[in-house]
Design a protein around this ligand. Structure first.
Ligand SMILES: Cc1cc2nc3c(=O)[nH]c(=O)nc-3n(C[C@@H](O)[C@H](O)[C@H](O)COP(=O)(O)OP(=O)(O)OC[C@H]3O[C@@H](n4cnc5c(N)ncnc54)[C@H](O)[C@@H]3O)c2cc1C
Length: 288
């Protein structure tokens, strides 16, 4: 199909982007990798596409005091190639699974968050890493945890006149280890089920913090504090992660896999990636 007619603008200033979005009939265009198919299928009919890629404030990524900050117009491929992004190991672990290289050369990190596909990797990484999303809108600027930003399948806390300005991922801290895995029908497809893990250990190697985020398993990425689970069941995590899967996996099933199948995938991946993150955390602690 062809998209319904729309106007296209490419402002050079954030204020002008907000001006174009005022009234709620505009739609932000970042990399277009999700929006353009939506338009082509006529699932959306915005009056104006507001291309944000010419706004200098949105085109930078790099280390800042709070962590690694990624402007809204920064392509996924640019982040993948940025050496300073290695301070956030989860980004490098997840990025090769975000579609294909060609998609990542146009798609943006913030666009993936704003699109909020429940099976997308980057919103899950943002939730597990406790990233912060910055928004600008008619009421000014605000910041919120990624977990609060994504409110459901393809829905976020951003209003129709808001723009995501940037996302900041905290740098890895001493004693932290990470895990990431997903199962998809083919490499580059959205995940049938996936997990992201982050574990922190103290000087004695004991677990002080453990977070687990599942994606492709519900209407959004689901994050749990699993510190007690990991502490109590370190020797064999599988029964505990299988029980957790019963609690958090809630897809209703689809043509690609039943709820039971996804629960099994989630439980196995969660046990494996928690264990890996724990070993990596202890390795890093020993080497520091
Ligand atoms: C064939 C195919 C396979 C894919 N596979 C995967 C995959 O495996 N994993 C995955 O995660 N993704 C996948 N994607 C989607 C992916 O390519 C993008 O990462 C992402 O969803 C959109 O990023 P974008 O910059 O292209 O956003 P766009 O397409 O430009 O925008 C997407 C949505 O977000 C809104 N938006 C974008 N930026 C902002 C902003 N700064 N402020 C407010 N709203 C904004 C837009 O208005 C639109 O509603 C796939 C896409 C295709 C076409």
């Amino acid at each position: 199909m062809k998209a319904a007619p729309f106007a296209y603008v490419r402002p050079g200033r954030l204020d002008d982007v907000l001006g174009e979005l005022a009234g709620g009939d505009g739609k932000v265009l970042a990399g277009g990798q999700s929006l353009v198919p939506v338009l082509a299928m006529r699932l959306g009919r915005p009056g104006t596409l507001v291309d944000i890629t010419a706004v200098p404030e949105l085109t930078a990524a790099g280390p800042e005091q709070d962590g690694y900050r990624i402007g809204a117009a920064v392509r996924q491929r640019a982040v993948e190639h940025d050496r300073s992004a290695r301070a956030v190991p989860l980004i490098g672990m997840a990025m090769p699974f975000v579609g294909h290289r060609e998609l990542r050369s146009r798609g943006t990190v913030c666009g993936s968050l704003a699109h909020a596909d429940p099976a997308a990797e980057l919103p899950a990484v943002a939730c597990c890493a406790q990233a912060t999303v910055e928004l600008a809108g008619p009421a000014g600027r605000r910041r919120m945890p990624a977990e609060e930003f994504v409110t459901g399948a393809m829905t976020t806390a951003a209003g129709p006149e808001d723009v995501v300005v940037a996302v900041t991922f905290p740098h890895a801290r001493p004693g932290e280890g990470f895990g990431f895995a997903e199962i998809a029908r083919r490499h580059g497809d959205f995940a049938l089920a996936g997990v992201v893990t982050r574990v922190r250990v103290g000087d004695d190697g004991a677990v002080t913090e453990a977070r687990l985020t599942g994606f492709g398993i519900s209407d959004r990425a689901v994050t749990r504090d699993v510190t007690p689970l990991l502490t109590e069941h370190e020797d064999d995590l599988r029964p505990a992660t299988a029980a957790l899967a019963d609690e958090v996996v809630d897809t209703g099933g689809d043509t690609h896999g039943s709820t039971g199948y996804r629960r099994r995938l989630f439980g196995v991946l969660a046990a494996r990636e928690l264990s890996r993150a724990l070993h990596r955390a202890r390795d890093r602690k020993e080497r520091s």
